[in-house]
Write a protein that binds this ligand. Structure first.
Ligand code: FES
Length: 184
């Protein structure tokens, strides 16, 4: 981890830690891990240790948080992480079909990343929006509802286009997965 990144991390960590009483700095662990993931794409064992030391807590306790929450990546993932809900309410309304459609379209199985490093496809637990099934999440932030075949195709095409815009160096705006083209 570079010194520059360490300084940036320290600054963002301190802003989260300041939200809690001094004796409870460990309460910022979820936020600190989310920051690490946002900056590095995933949370390595080295990062877990760094967070543990910074917050003054056992590294095993940090590891337990990382492995408990589905949103944390324990290894590098693609630029766009697609989590498709396959819990029962979504299953009854096309959740499995949505996952299989993406597997075929992207040429990967759930849990894998495309060869170009653009997409990682995963199954996930209930996202709390069952009435909108089938539901999926892009990069842990953008919720996408009613994701039947046509909308899945639009989403993938839109994210590919977003990637091209970013790669072309169009700095007029900073498109991110939060702009995922899946809104009604
Ligand atoms: S079961 Fe899919 S969002 Fe609840």
């Amino acid at each position: 981890m570079s010194a520059k990144m360490s300084l940036a991390l320290r600054d963002r960590f301190e802003r989260e830690i300041a939200k809690y009483p001094p004796a409870q700095r460990q309460s910022a662990v979820i936020a600190c891990l989310a920051i690490v993931q946002q900056m590095q794409g995933y949370i390595s064992a080295e990062s877990e240790e760094m967070v543990a030391q910074y917050l003054g807590m056992p590294s095993m306790a940090v590891h337990e948080v990382v492995t408990f929450y589905n949103m944390y990546n324990q290894q590098p993932v693609g630029k766009y992480k697609l989590n498709v809900c396959t819990n029962l309410p979504c299953q009854l309304r096309g959740g499995s079909a949505a996952l299989h459609h993406l597997e075929e379209k992207l040429g990967v199985s759930a849990g894998e990343t495309t060869a170009d490093g653009l997409f990682t496809l995963q199954e996930c637990e209930c996202l709390g929006a069952c009435a909108d099934a089938p539901v999926m999440l892009v990069n842990d932030r953008a919720m996408c509802s009613f994701m039947h075949t046509e909308r899945l195709d639009e989403l993938v095409a839109g994210l590919r286009a977003l990637h091209v815009v970013v790669d072309a160096g169009d700095s007029g705006s900073s498109p991110s997965a939060e702009d995922a083209p899946c809104k009604p």
